[in-house]
Design a binder for this molecule. Structure first.
Ligand SMILES: [Zn+2]
Length: 215
């Protein structure tokens, strides 16, 4: 039995200029991760190229809606449109469909589960490091590091943000990746985390996965 521990780094709200910095850091440390993208942020060839680069490095691209709007206020039809548009844009850019959905704001009102046909990813957002037009930077680098180290455990999904200008998150990674590697952690993308743990992400419904562990 290996005493290796695994967790998944996940990044919401990209792609952006920050994504490139994060990809360089992941490559340097030989880690993979999952990016939950906002469909309407994928417009330029450069953004599509960033996603292809992520996939070429072993990362996965997942679905974080099309507009990042208030999903619970939308009709079923609008919800499906949010979902499908991003599925197609990602497929068009990288040649494969997202396999996970994460609701903006981790909104988990039940109706979303009835409409969106993918497993939902949650995660710990304890780092409070989102910014740009979606909110404010609310934590400095020490708080971000502490936020991650205080929740991390084997099988955990760490939630961070690669929105534009969020360079402190990239800086945080430079600290936490080597530190957690020393403690026996390996960083893998979300699909890989489920495979390693032998858990089918569709085996639980109407919930957001936060830790991928056998009960
Ligand atoms: Zn978001």
């Amino acid at each position: 039995m290996s005493d290796k521990k695994y967790c998944a780094l996940t990044f919401d709200d990209g792609p952006s200029d920050t994504t490139k910095f994060i990809l360089d850091i992941l490559k340097f440390y030989n880690c993979t991760a999952s990016f939950f993208v906002i469909g309407d942020r994928i417009k330029t060839d450069d953004q599509k190229e960033t996603m292809r680069k992520a996939v070429a490095q072993g990362c996965t691209i997942e679905n974080h809606s099309y507009t990042h709007g208030k999903l619970i206020e939308m009709s079923d039809e609008e919800l499906l449109e949010e979902f499908n548009k991003t599925q197609e844009i990602v497929y068009d850019a990288v040649g494969e469909y997202p396999q996970f959905f994460r609701a903006p704001g981790l909104n988990d009102k039940g109706r979303l589960y009835d409409v969106i046909p993918l497993p939902f990813a949650g995660g710990s957002a304890g780092t409070a490091e989102w910014n740009s037009r979606l909110g404010d930077v609310t934590s400095n680098i020490d708080e971000r590091i502490k936020g991650i180290l205080s929740v991390v455990c084997d099988g955990h999904i760490i939630l961070m943000h690669d929105c534009s200008g969020n360079y402190l998150t990239a800086a945080t990674l430079r600290y936490i990746i080597p530190k957690l590697k020393e403690e026996g952690y390996e960083f893998v993308n979300l699909r890989e985390l489920f495979r390693i743990k032998g858990i089918d992400p569709k085996s639980a419904s109407r919930m957001q996965w936060k830790d991928v562990v056998k009960e």
